[in-house]
Design a protein around this ligand. Structure first.
Ligand code: FAD
Ligand code: MLT
Ligand code: ZN
Length: 447
């Protein structure tokens, strides 16, 4: 198999094959530090043809492959488990000029989310997928995980924003569907099959992404509330009243305090509240007035909210929300659970969750789509297993999903049966076996 390394080097150039432990190390651990493993070697191809050739060589030798983007996912699917060839897509960056007539843009798998957002903005358009890791998460990674984020309840998850892609299949074949035609009923939808497949059905090398328009006027509010039920009620009311509502995010007092301490921020409101909703609205003009008007009559007093349309205040309000991941991770390696509940049942779930969680926990999430991030700290591995089971079984009992937007990866694989039935799992296994009969493409992830 050492011949494999030479053969791969002949395709990509020796300087793009990293076998030295010191050079590989940065690729072998994820953002959380929880998931790590040793790769046989790391390869950094430059384009689709090189990726395809690398895959063919690995298949010929029967060596497993792990595709990797920005290493920001939380479920361990993008780092090696041991002995795989790690294919980094970092060099497949680049964003093509925006196709303004189609309202689409084509980007390399290694381009970051921020790269795509900037390209869209420069053409007067908007790429609505957004979350805190925008500077590191890649196009390939967000599509492979079907990432959600802050605006998913309005614009959909990554899957809704992809108009086409190019990918190398597990046998080294290449599918290229980059025309982005709004109408194209010609057989199975391989684009949607690859979205959310977590690198188990192929390696995404390029993607054609849907852009949209966005009002130039944007206003943000942070509202203090007495309970989760009140936050869900307000989020629902705002969605009805405000067609331009773009975000409805949930945070709690203990997480907000941690973020304030970590980032040296002053508290957002004169008094502390149990729960907070961060709402954002966009409109061609007058978003501030529209948001204030929509909130009118829904708050006990004006002191319960800060509403702003200036960039500095808006960015500070978002720091209270987006700072959670870093503030918690700076102190602990939290157990990260990412669950979705029917919106109407979210408050009842949170109440019962309080009885199940026997350790310190930080909750936050995306209220608009019933997506709650449960971060539990201070546990040993055995306690983590017990809490994971209890929380995920509760999620299943409430009709939710055990993997909302972060995916299944390695971390949630043994719990997939709580969310997918036996026939559903069998169909997924059949798809995997048909496209990857040797089981070499990201083995151990998802199934
Ligand atoms: P990686 O972590 O490198 O890989 C993720 C998975 O995709 C792995 O299974 C890997 O094998 C596969 N993969 C990567 N590239 C490819 C490719 N080209 N082809 C095929 N498979 C590939 N997620 C949300 O959904 N919403 C959020 O709000 C959110 N906020 C975040 C905030 C922070 C601070 C951080 C650190 C992460 C956050 N995430 C969020 C996690 C999010 O899932 C990832 O950031 C992103 O989707 C993964 O992109 P990546 O390039 O880092 O992929
Ligand atoms: C978030 O919404 O903040 C992200 O999904 C990140 C996380 O869960 O830590
Ligand atoms: Zn999230």
């Amino acid at each position: 198999v050492s011949g494999l390394q030479d053969a791969v080097a002949a395709v990509v150039g020796a300087s793009h094959v990293l076998a030295d432990p010191g050079l590989k190390a940065g690729y072998e651990v994820d953002w959380t530090g929880r998931h790590r493993g040793e790769a046989r070697f790391v390869v950094r191809p430059a384009d689709t043809a090189e990726v395809a050739e690398v895959v063919r060589l690995c298949v010929r030798e029967g060596v497993p492959i792990v595709p990797q983007g920005g290493r920001t996912s939380f479920v361990g699917g993008g780092v090696p488990r041991g002995g795989e060839v790690l294919v980094s897509l970092a060099r497949l960056g680049g964003v093509e000029p925006v196709d303004e007539a189609a309202g689409q843009v084509t980007a390399g798998a290694g381009a970051t989310l921020a790269d795509v957002q900037a390209a869209a903005r420069s053409a007067g358009l908007f790429f609505p997928l957004d979350f805190g890791a925008r500077d590191a998460a890649t196009v390939g990674g967000v599509l492979a995980t079907n990432a959600g984020g802050n605006r998913a309840f309005r614009h959909g998850m990554a899957r809704a924003l992809v108009a086409g892609l190019e990918a190398v299949l597990p046998d080294g074949g290449v599918v290229s569907r980059l025309a982005g035609l709004p109408k194209d009923n010609a057989g199975y939808d391989l684009v949607q099959l690859l979205a959310g497949s977590e690198g188990t059905l192929g390696i995404i090398t390029r993607a054609r992404l849907r852009l949209t328009t966005h009002g130039a006027s944007v206003a943000t509010a942070l509202i203090g509330l007495p309970s989760t039920a009140a936050a869900v009620e307000l989020s629902t009311a705002l969605q009805r009243r405000l067609p331009g509502l773009d975000a409805a995010e949930l945070l709690y007092a203990n997480g907000l305090e941690l973020v304030c301490a970590h980032e040296r921020l002053r508290p957002p409101l004169p008094h502390s509240h149990a729960v907070y909703l961060l709402a954002e609205a966009a409109a061609p003009e007058g978003a501030l007035e529209a948001l204030a008007e929509a909130l009118d009559g829904l708050l006990p007093s004006p002191e319960h909210a800060v509403v702003a349309d200036d960039t500095a205040t808006r960015e500070r309000l978002w720091r209270y929300r987006e700072g959670h991941t870093e503030a918690v991770s700076a102190r602990w390696t939290p157990l990260k659970l990412d669950v979705a509940l029917p919106v109407a049942g979210l408050a009842a779930f949170v109440e019962e969750l309080g009885r199940v969680l026997t350790a310190e926990a930080f909750l936050w999430g995306h209220a608009g789509d019933g997506n709650l991030h449960v971060n539990v700290v201070g546990l040993d591995r055995e306690q983590e297993a017990g809490i994971t089971r209890a929380v995920l079984e509760l999620v299943a009992a409430h009709g939710g999903s055990i993997g909302a937007e972060h995916g299944i990866g390695i971390a949630k694989r043994e719990w997939l049966h709580l969310t997918r039935g036996p026939d559903d799992l069998a169909a997924m296994r059949a798809v995997k076996a048909a496209l990857d009969p040797a089981g070499l493409m990201n083995p151990g992830v998802l199934l």
